[in-house]
Design a protein around this ligand. Sequence first.
Ligand code: SF4
Ligand code: SF4
Length: 105
Amino acid sequence: MSIRIDRQRCIGCGKCAEICPGNLIVIDEDKKAFVRDPRDCWGCAACVKECKFSAIRYFLGAEIGGNGTTMYVEKENDEIMYWYFEKPSGEKEMIVQNLKDNTTY
Ligand code: SF4
Ligand code: SF4
């Protein structure tokens, strides 16, 4: 499994379920999202980007040196997204993405 959903943060808006290309996410009777069969998740991160409540964490795999690091996003508005990378120690790094200018590096 490459993602985990924080039930405390999830408000059950369903955006992640709509965007998942494999239809893997469903909203349960408590109005919380969960991954129906985590083994089928291929880690595209679409749901991570869609969640405005930072409820979905993406685990960076050992094959890219993740070492337990997780990734999540915070959106300031429709133009700015912050990508956070949090190590198991709690140390964080952040990248700012301008969504209006996605093709510039
Ligand atoms: S997008 Fe975030 S808040 Fe909305 S249902 Fe999914 S995990 Fe919950
Ligand atoms: S990472 Fe991609 S495949 Fe996995 S649950 Fe999220 S949207 Fe679906």
